[in-house]
Design a protein around this ligand. Sequence first.
Ligand code: PEP
Length: 248
Amino acid sequence: MRRKLVAGNWKMHGSLTENEALLSGLLAGMGSVKAGVAVCVPFPYLAQAQAKLTGSSIAWGAQNVSQQVKGAFTGEVSASMLNDFACTYVIVGHSERRAIYGESDTLVAEKFAAAQAAGLTPILCVGESLEERESGITETVVARQMDAVIAKCGVASLAKSVVAYEPVWAIGTGKTASPEQAQAVHAFIRAKVRALDAAVAENLIIQYGGSMKAANAAELLGQPDIDGGLIGGAALVADEFLAICRAA
Ligand code: PEP
């Protein structure tokens, strides 16, 4: 039985003061949450997350990682640096990184590998644009994104990862995939992995991301292959995020 996992992606939001209030609010409300919970914060706030969340049931992580181990890579942050702050998770291949910063499937696979080599659990984001959905190539796109990681790291590597299906057209737009639309892609991802390794597929946590909020979480999370959420905007409001965590 897969345990549900809800992860907040704070993106480039927050301040020391705002984070203090948000994390305090989350900690205060965790008593009624049975799902796994994590927050992926901007790099400068990892020390704050670690100090605040150590000993709690909320895990923390980052939103990006370098594919390089160390060296002359100005502005990059390595996986071992994330380990210095006891991160559990790191998001790789978020659509904003793919679209705005030009991250290719190959680079995302390299980041996935670097994260795992350091013992971090990558949250691998996959998902199609609106144009791709309307062209009927959603499965082709998602399969290509998954295949890049499987080709580099092997299907067994997925056992120590989380996959987040995030239709690009639903991220930050207020448009959510219907539970049926999301379930169909989640089932496709699981079937694809199952064809290579049934045990990995059964245990793989596949989160949905894209305008998930308290009002639509229960219906999405009630689908058989939706094992949690990767939450952007709604992760910045403690009560809203906690309501999603409770729904999970
Ligand atoms: C995200 O950025 O991963 C995301 C799902 O954002 P939002 O919930 O705001 O759509």
